[in-house]
Design a protein around this ligand. Structure first.
Ligand code: SF4
Ligand code: SF4
Length: 275
C-alpha cells in the first residue's frame, strides 16, 4: 500500500513513499519516439540532451505517458484499486496459502497511512477465512492501529532505533508513538515479530542494540526479533524516480550482524538474521 509518514534515510521503496502513483523512468529502454511528449496533458515532458526529461513538479500522475511508451522506458508505479479487486488478486493464491500456512500480508509504504482501506481489506480477508498479517512501522495514533487488531493474526513491527533525536534525524519522525504502540500491542497479547533494519552509522553499535533488547525485554509479552541488514537492491529506484540519492551506504558485514544477533540472544530474546 502506497504512502508513508516516515522518510527513512535508507528506504528501499521510495516509489511507495507518496500515496499517489509515480512515473519510473528507465532511460536505457527509450527509443526516442517522442510519443510521451505529445501525450502529457501538463506539457511536463521535454527532449533534453541526454533523452527525455520529466518535470516532476508539473506531473499529475495521470499515466498518459506510460500508456503510449511501448518501450517500457516509462512505467507507472501504483494504481487505485477497490477492496474487491485486491481480494480477487489475493484469492488467486489461496491454494498456495493452504499448502504453506501463509495468507495475506499488508505492507507498504505504510498500511496504516490508509486506515479505512486497510481495515476494510483485513475484514474482507478474515471473512474469507484467510490468515492476516500487518507489516507496519507503527507510526499511527493507537486507536487507528487498535481497530485493526480483531482482524489481524500477526503483526510485523519495525523498530528502527531507540534514540528519539537520532530517529527524528534519520526517519523524519520521533519514535515516541512507535514505542508506545508496541507496548500497547504486547499488553494486548497480540502476536508480534519485531524487525530491525541494521544500518551502518545509525544503529549498528552494540550500545544501541543493547538498549533496544532491554526495551523489548521490558514489554509484557516479549516479541521475537529479526535483524534485517541494509542491502543495496533499492538504490537503482532512486534514479528511476528522478530523486537525487544521498542514500547510498555500505551494507553491514554478515559477521557484524550475526554478532549483534548473538548479543540480543544473550540478553534473553529470540533473534534471527533475515536476508
Ligand atoms: S514514449 Fe517512451 S520510448 Fe518514446 S520517447 Fe517517450 S520515453 Fe522514450
Ligand atoms: S504521468 Fe501524466 S502528467 Fe505525469 S509526466 Fe506522464 S503524462 Fe505527464
Amino acid at each position: 500500500m502506497k504512502g508513508c509518514p516516515l522518510r527513512c534515510d535508507w528506504c528501499h521503496n521510495p516509489e511507495s513513499q507518496s500515496s499517489k502513483p509515480v512515473v519510473a523512468q528507465f532511460r536505457r529502454n527509450c527509443i526516442g519516439c517522442g510519443k510521451c511528449i505529445e501525450a502529457c496533458p501538463q506539457h511536463g515532458i521535454t527532449a533534453g540532451e541526454d533523452g527525455i526529461v520529466i518535470n516532476r513538479a508539473l506531473c499529475q500522475s495521470c499515466g498518459a505517458c506510460t500508456r503510449v511508451c511501448v518501450a517500457e522506458a516509462l512505467v507507472l508505479r501504483g494504481q487505485e484499486m477497490t477492496v474487491e479487486q485486491v481480494m480477487a488478486e489475493v484469492e488467486k493464491d489461496r491454494a498456495f496459502y493452504e499448502n504453506s500456512g501463509g495468507g495475506m500480508t499488508l505492507s507498504g509504504g505504510e498500511p496504516l497511512y490508509q486506515p479505512e482501506f486497510a481495515l476494510a481489506l483485513l475484514q474482507a480477508a478474515k471473512a474469507a477465512g484467510l490468515h492476516t498479517c500487518l507489516d507496519t512501522s507503527g507510526h499511527a495514533f493507537w486507536p487507528v492501529l487498535e481497530q485493526m487488531l480483531p482482524y489481524v493474526d500477526m503483526v510485523l513491527y519495525d523498530v528502527k532505533g531507540m534514540d528519539p533525536r537520532r530517529h527524528q534525524q534519520y526517519t523524519g519522525r520521533s519514535n515516541r508513538q512507535i514505542l508506545e504502540n508496541l507496548r500497547h500491542l504486547t499488553e494486548d497479547g497480540v502476536r508480534v515479530h519485531v524487525r530491525v533494519p541494521v544500518i551502518k552509522g545509525y544503529n549498528d553499535e552494540t550500545g544501541e542494540m543493547t538498549e533496544l533488547a532491554r526495551y523489548l525485554r521490558s514489554l509484557k509479552n516479549t516479541p521475537s526479533v529479526e535483524l534485517l541488514p541494509y542491502h543495496r537492491l533499492g538504490e537503482g529506484k532512486y534514479e528511476s524516480l528522478g530523486i537525487r540519492n544521498g542514500h547510498h551506504r555500505e551494507p553491514p558485514s554478515r559477521e557484524q550482524v550475526e554478532a549483534l544477533a548473538a548479543l540480543i540472544r544473550d540478553l534473553g530474546l529470540e533473534c534471527q538474521v533475515g536476508g
